[in-house]
Write a protein that binds this ligand. Sequence first.
Ligand SMILES: [Zn+2]
Length: 309
Amino acid sequence: MRIEILGSAAGGGFPQWNCNCRNCQSSRAGTFQGRARTQTQVAVTGDHRRYFLLNASPDLRLQIEATPHLHPRHGQRDSPISGVVLTSGDIDQVAGLLSLRELQPIRLYSTPSLRRILREDNSLFGMLNRVPEQVSWQEIILGRAFTLLDVGGVDSGLRCEAFSLGSRYPAYLSAQRSASLRPEEALLGLFLESASGKKLAYLPAVPAIDASLLERLETTDLLLFDGTFWTDNELILVQGSGATAREMGHIPVAGDEGSLRKLAGLRRPRKVFIHINNTNPMLDESGPQYGEVRDAGWEIAADGWSLEL
Ligand SMILES: [Zn+2]
């Protein structure tokens, strides 16, 4: 299995258009020791021919253009992108679907709740189904592994299993609408397995870590994990007000209850943080937080990485 990291920042990217935090300011000034990043986007393939996107970021068009493997190969209209697997309805996970609207057939894997949000509540996404042979919606059933099929229905060699990570629906939904949806379908984590049995865990948003999650992560070979915030009060410190990391559904990296410490016992997987917010001090490669993460055996994903399992 090959895993292409097309984008690695949290929603808003780095730098973020309206942010003047230390990181963003220094990145614009050209004095930042670290890299700018587009919004988190991953593509996986089992055969280097058929690719599946994990979510669809608002930066997707540029991310595809920056990745030659994802360019059209045959004829006038073509794409090696066979499908998309969605883990939540957050804008930075679904807005890129609108860039895939040019009548290209793809398979779109989502829970029934997310399908209702996109198809019943947001008429813009009707552009994905203007003609019958366009997007084919495939239902994800939690805990039941499924084969990722290409557009023609042929087994791609990759298997996927989704599990619930949280019950919070995006803020653009009314409380009434959220209450009408299955809570366990709000936020998913994914396990992907290659034909040779190699396993990727993809968890760009994790509200909490419990013992059963830890146990399952130890069975994987590569972990792409929520690196959104360094501390719980990071946004409040930068903006003077706002929500904590946990209130936004992200366990922070640092601290006694942070992911660095909670996942320190994992031995098997290669550990990589992804979905990093522009305010996170670990983006600064000259700073102590970056050193702490690297010393703990973690890596921090950057755009353009290609990982092989
Ligand atoms: Zn910033």
